[in-house]
Design a protein around this ligand. Structure first.
Ligand code: AMP
Ligand code: ZN
Ligand code: FE
Ligand code: FE
Length: 275
């Protein structure tokens, strides 16, 4: 039960692999007392006007942002750019990542076909810009009755290096951090505790991240305490988000319970970045 206001600086909409429209996300944010919402779709800033309006019309702050697919030594690492400027010329540099997601999905559908499961692009939930991800496939597998839920879809078919998985186009972390900043945004390492990157934090700091997503539904209290200490010692900003994708499947909007007062330092750094 939600009891206190919070912010949520990491959710996904149907502009990438989330199920909800920006309006539906903003409705959920209001319902869960979320005062500021960053709809950080994977590898795209499409829909930024719709996202901003959805928040503004409901009286909450919309924080523009994006989650960039990166890699560190072959391991997946996600870098958020918070308060990124959707009108920045650098937005075009994200396109290589987003367009490759369409052909990757076609190839993943081909792999599924080979193991006897027939799903076509039209069976997937519509994605306005064709920015597809494995969650689309997971939900299509559920809809076809192949699996009971999204989690089972990942466990049986979609897991990393599994029978259907194909690598995405990814930036190296140095490029991703630079791009996050060139977009005028604050570069935040997303969910290090989920990505298995808690031992690599110094490397990310060396590569220039401004902050860490400390609050995340899958970070336990001990991880949160350790990351808060780490950020405090190094002068990094502290962020947090639910990584919400779809109702009834994983944590709800606002589930990370990120304190409201963390927004101002992130905003200040974003303003500084834009000069
Ligand atoms: P992709 O970007 O297409 O490689 O898909 C990765 C996305 O799938 C991540 O952003 C996660 O949100 C989601 N994901 C990964 N593993 C699982 C899982 N076991 N259950 C639900 N979602 C998952
Ligand atoms: Zn996702
Ligand atoms: Fe992520
Ligand atoms: Fe995410």
């Amino acid at each position: 039960m939600t009891t206190a206001p919070s912010i949520d600086l990491h959710v996904h909409s149907n502009f990438s692999d989330g199920k909800c429209t920006p309006a539906e996300l903003a409705d959920r944010a209001v319902r869960h007392l979320v005062r500021a919402l960053a709809i950080t779709d994977h590898d795209t800033m499409a829909g930024s006007v719709e996202k901003a309006e959805a928040c503004q019309s409901r009286g909450i702050e919309g924080v523009p942002g994006v989650e960039l697919s990166c890699e560190l030594d072959g391991c997946e690492a996600h870098i958020l750019s918070l308060f990124a400027d959707p009108s920045s010329p650098c937005v075009s540099r994200i396109e290589e990542l987003s367009t490759s997601r369409f052909s990757r999905m076609e190839a993943m559908l081909g792999k599924l076909e080979k193991i006897g499961i027939s799903i076509c692009m039209d069976d997937l939930e519509a994605s306005p810009d064709g920015v597809y991800g494995r969650p689309h496939l997971a939900r299509a597998l559920v809809a076809q009755g192949c699996v009971k839920n999204v989690n089972e879809a990942f466990k049986r078919y979609l897991y990393d290096n599994g029978p259907v998985h194909i690598d995405k186009t990814r930036l190296n972390v140095a490029e991703g951090v630079a791009l996050a900043k060139e977009l005028g945004g604050v570069a935040v390492l997303a969910h290090p505790g989920v990505s298995g990157l808690l031992g690599d934090l110094d490397e990310f700091v060396k590569l220039g991240v401004d902050g860490i997503e400390v609050y995340h539904p899958k970070h336990g209290n001990e991880t949160i305490a350790r990351l808060l200490r780490y950020c405090g010692e190094r002068g990094l900003v502290v962020s947090g988000g639910s990584d919400f994708h779809s109702p009834g499947d994983g944590p709800e909007v606002g589930a990370a319970r990120t304190p409201v007062d963390l927004l101002e330092p992130i905003r200040a750094l974003g303003l500084e970045r834009k000069g």
